[in-house]
Write a protein of this length. Structure first.
Length: 330
């Protein structure tokens, strides 16, 4: 598939860079939300870096609404590589990196520009997540976790929407192409050395591809966990990150040894391992319940971590062995 570009080469204010792989349904919804932006369409462009062989006619028709470029990237390349080659093609003063499964509020671009331009101390801005209509418990949990800190600078921002000046992007050297997951954590950590990461509630997005059910979530978390160790290479590890590495193993191994102790009637050891597994599980569950309020039951909060902790532990082990595969950003 060759690159296709609209008929203008004028430099833009904003370049949306969207890596894509797989079905187009949610990508088209993402483009619909971009079409509805309050910012004049003449001021932005959209660059899609697709790992599909072909572009549908429906997607191509968006060239009627805004400047659209579609590039092809090899299927074996990482999402970071797709973002980087998209950024290299971009002409915008500002870069807006989006996943191919988000629906933006109409004022997204305007608010992002205002926030960065009016606060020089900031290096990167992202919008808050909101639930879709009739969101199931798991989506509500994900949204609540994503919005744990709002209207403040944060330590990390998820890669679903990241808005920054192109000079900042160039300074940090782009996204880490050696990582297949956790690349947003690594990238935003690098950006934070040059200014604040701000998570705003003045605009929002819906994550169309958010996890809806616990069973698929287990598989996704195994995949997501596979770059846990690799993402620490070449950077200091803050103390706040340590629980994310330790707790999944403490819970998973605690449960495993608890079952072994019960099998062999080692009561004292069984009590010890029940505490090792149960204490972090309950602590995280109560914290999550406080975040979600009455929108999600305590049982579903507990269920979330019963799935999350072992999946993350398994993924980390697989990542150490180099068994990293993905069907991400579909």
């Amino acid at each position: 598939m060759s690159s296709s570009t609209s008929n203008t080469q004028i430099h833009k204010v904003v370049s949306f860079v969207i890596p894509h792989k797989g079905r187009e349904t949610m990508l088209l919804q993402t483009l619909d939300s971009i079409k509805q932006q309050t910012l004049d369409a003449e001021k932005f462009e959209v660059i899609i870096v697709s790992q599909n062989e072909n572009v549908s006619q429906t997607l191509a028709e968006y060239r009627q609404h805004f400047s659209l470029t579609v590039m092809h990237n090899d299927d074996a390349k990482s999402i970071s590589h797709s973002r980087n080659i998209g950024a290299a093609k971009a002409t915008g003063t500002y870069l807006a990196f989006l996943d191919a499964d988000v629906s933006l509020a109409a004022n997204y671009t305007t608010i992002m520009l205002q926030t960065l331009q009016h606060t020089p101390s900031l290096a990167l801005v992202a919008a808050m997540q909101v639930n879709s209509e009739q969101a199931p418990p798991l989506e509500r949990i994900r949204t609540a976790l994503s919005n744990a800190e709002l209207d403040t600078t944060v330590n990390f921002l998820p890669g679903r929407n990241l808005f920054l000046h192109r000079d900042t992007f160039a300074t940090v050297g782009g996204f880490p192409e050696h990582l297949l997951t956790c690349e947003d954590y690594y990238f935003t950590g690098q950006v934070s050395e040059y200014g604040g990461l701000y998570y705003t509630s003045e605009t929002h997005y819906v994550h169309l591809g958010e996890d809806k059910d616990f069973s698929p979530m287990f598989k996704k978390e195994i995949w997501r966990g596979q770059s846990n160790i690799a993402s620490t290479s070449g950077r200091p590890i803050p103390l706040r990150e340590l629980p994310s590495f330790i707790v999944p193993f403490a819970f998973t191994l605690g449960v495993l040894f608890l079952l072994i102790c019960l099998l062999y009637s080692h009561t004292n050891f069984a009590i010890m391992f029940s505490i090792i597994a149960g204490a972090p599980l309950l602590a995280y569950t109560f914290r999550l319940k406080k975040l979600v309020g009455n929108t999600v039951s305590f049982l579903n909060c507990l269920r979330f971590y019963l799935v999350y902790f072992p999946a993350r532990a398994i993924g980390t082990v697989l990542g150490v062995r180099g068994a990293v595969t993905t069907s991400s950003h579909k």
